[in-house]
Design a protein around this ligand. Structure first.
Ligand code: DAT
Ligand code: MG
Length: 229
């Protein structure tokens, strides 16, 4: 279809250019002007098709979906979850993914990354005046282990994600939560999760802001995970 449209547009353009000018509104000049309009429209259509073709399907979907953090309070709500370098070193990536999957949430983006200092500082910008800020940025960025950054999607995922993670200080975290079960020190608390819709919006665009990094997909289990009956 694309090839046929291209050849049609080029044929029209060629013949319109070949037609000589013979005074005002002669039959052939009207024909030429029709051909030229057709060619112009054809070329515009081809250009639009070519542009759309260069976009991945994911970009097309993302352009339709409003914020990267989805719509708050719906099944499209999203949160930013990161397994920190200590969680990666300790082999807890699978355990953490498994908890979110088993709860019924959907993984829509993931990458293994050693963040730049600028990224870590921006991510933790609200803590920049704290005495532990320098050490926190150093431990997140020194490359001794990467961060596994993810976006999870589903109903109430921001608040539920925080509950699943547990209190900032693992000694205060409930048993059964990720921190309550797997760590004991605030400086090595293995996981990050967005604490509000606004934070999720900021963090997802910071870590997954490039087009195509987040995948919209439909879970075949959706109807088995969510229903109002
Ligand atoms: P959370 O990660 O639960 O959202 P936060 O945003 O208050 O907690 O802090 C970000 C991280 O900074 C936290 O996960 C670990 C570190 N941190 C917080 N308080 C700290 C403290 N008193 N000493 C050392 N590190 C701390
Ligand atoms: Mg926080």
């Amino acid at each position: 279809m694309f090839a046929r449209a291209t050849s049609f547009a080029l044929r029209g353009l060629r013949s319109s250019l070949k037609t000589p000018v013979r005074g005002l509104a002669t039959r052939s000049s009207i024909q030429a002007s029709h051909k030229f309009s057709t060619a112009f429209l054809g070329a515009a259509a081809v250009g639009t098709c070519a542009y759309l073709y260069t976009l991945s399907p994911n970009q097309l979907i993302q352009n339709e979906a409003a914020p990267l953090s989805g719509i708050k309070g719906t099944n499209s709500e999203r949160t930013f979850i990161a397994v920190k370098p200590d969680g990666v070193q300790r082999g807890l990536v699978g355990e953490i993914i498994s908890r979110f999957e088993k709860r019924g949430y959907k993984l829509v983006a993931m990458k293994v990354i050693v963040p730049s200092k600028a990224l870590a500082k921006e991510h933790y910008a609200d803590l920049s005046t704290k005495p532990f800020f320098g050490g926190l940025v150093e431990y997140m960025t020194n490359g001794q282990a990467p961060v596994v950054a993810m976006v999870w999607e589903g109903l109430d995922v921001i608040k539920q994600g925080r509950a699943m993670i547990g209190a900032t200080n693992p000694l205060d975290a409930n048993a059964g939560s990720i921190r309550g079960d797997h760590c004991i020190s605030v400086g090595r608390n293995i996981i990050h999760g967005s604490d509000s819709y606004e934070s999720a919006t900021k963090e997802i665009s910071l870590w997954f802001g490039k087009p195509g990094e987040i995948v919209n997909w439909t879970s075949a289990l959706g109807g088995w995970i969510f229903a109002n009956n």
